[in-house]
Each structure stands twice: as C-alpha cells, then as structure tokens.
Write a protein that binds this ligand. Structure first.
Ligand SMILES: [Zn+2]
Length: 183
C-alpha cells in the first residue's frame, strides 16, 4: 500500500491520540479488499519471482464457493511411531511429515498441517473462499425445530423405556387379559 502509517501523537497525559478519520478510511479500504478477496501476495509480489515453484492455479474469485465443512476425516497419527529411512532420493511425499496432495507441499508437524488445511491458500486451491455462507433466520429456525424434534423423539423413547412406563404397560396388559378371561 502506498499510504504511510501515521505515527500516533500523544495527548497531555502521554496517551496515544489516534487520527480516527485516517483509520476509518483504512478500515474501509481493508473491508473493500476483503470483499474482493484481495490477496496481498498477488498484489505485492510477482509470483514467478517470489515463489520458486508456480503455485497451483486456484479458480478465480468469482467461481469460488463459500467455505464448506470438510468431508473426509483428518488423520494425524497414521505415521505416528513409525521409522523410515529418508535419503536425498526419497520422493518428497514420503519424506516424513504431512503431505498435502492438493497443494503438493510437505508439512513437518501436525499443528502446521492443521493450520495449512484450515488456511486460505489450501481452501482456495479447493475452490472455496474463506467466507461462510450467510444463513437467514428462517433456516436457523428450521434447523432448531429439526433438532427439537429429534430430541423429543429421544425423550419419548426414554419415557417408554422407564420402569414406570413398563410397569404401566404390564398393568394394562394384565387388566386386558383379566377382562378377556372374565368375559
Ligand atoms: Zn494444501
């Protein structure tokens, strides 16, 4: 960005005095950039110069869909406790650590791997933006009702299985049998 960051002034008590108009403008610019899904890397650096390898092409912002829940489980401990020999000829995928098949990169620890698969670059490669779809109040209500119904169903089931309920059912059965035999 061409704007220089202003050095904050201080008031009589030595507290910083912020130029509110300046920061409001900056916030607005930033919000606009977020809306455009603006990438500072794309803006500041020429990828052919900054990255040794050209990064895998992600779909353009207009074609990206909102962030979705991951469908396959993440297994962090499949390689746990294993030993293997790694030489200079070992393919990168097998050099130990976590290999991301989407971005084709090797990550050395689980924390970094989690950060990576939850990160902007990875999800962008998957064709998603980092923004979650906005859900209206109707859909929230619908979902709450759904959950409520399921819970009620479970409660009914529990009520049916309680000793009192079983005793009542048995009593009813015996009464009906007694009535039947009396007739
Ligand atoms: Zn990745």
């Amino acid at each position: 960005m061409a704007e220089s960051i202003e050095v904050p002034k201080t008031d009589a008590l030595g507290r910083k005095v912020w130029d509110k108009a300046f920061y409001a403008k900056r916030a607005a610019v930033r919000q606009f950039e977020d809306g455009q899904d603006f990438d500072h890397d794309d803006f500041l650096l020429d990828p052919s110069q900054s990255r040794k390898k050209a990064r895998k092409e992600a779909p353009p912002p207009a074609e990206r869909r909102p962030l979705e829940q991951r469908k396959d489980a993440v297994s962090l401990d499949t390689e746990l406790g294993k030993s293997k020999i790694v030489t200079t000829h070992t393919p990168k995928q097998q050099q130990g650590g976590y290999w991301c098949t989407v971005c084709e990169c090797l990550i050395k620890d689980s924390q970094a791997y989690l950060d990576h698969i939850n990160g902007k670059r990875h999800n962008r490669s998957l064709g998603m933006t980092m923004r979650v779809e906005r859900v209206g109040v109707d859909r929230v209500k619908q979902r709450l009702n759904q959950i409520k119904q399921v819970q009620h169903g479970e409660e009914d089931q529990e009520a049916n299985d309680s000793p009192a309920a079983i005793a009542a059912r048995l009593r009813r059965m015996f009464e009906e049998q007694a009535k039947a035999s009396a007739n």
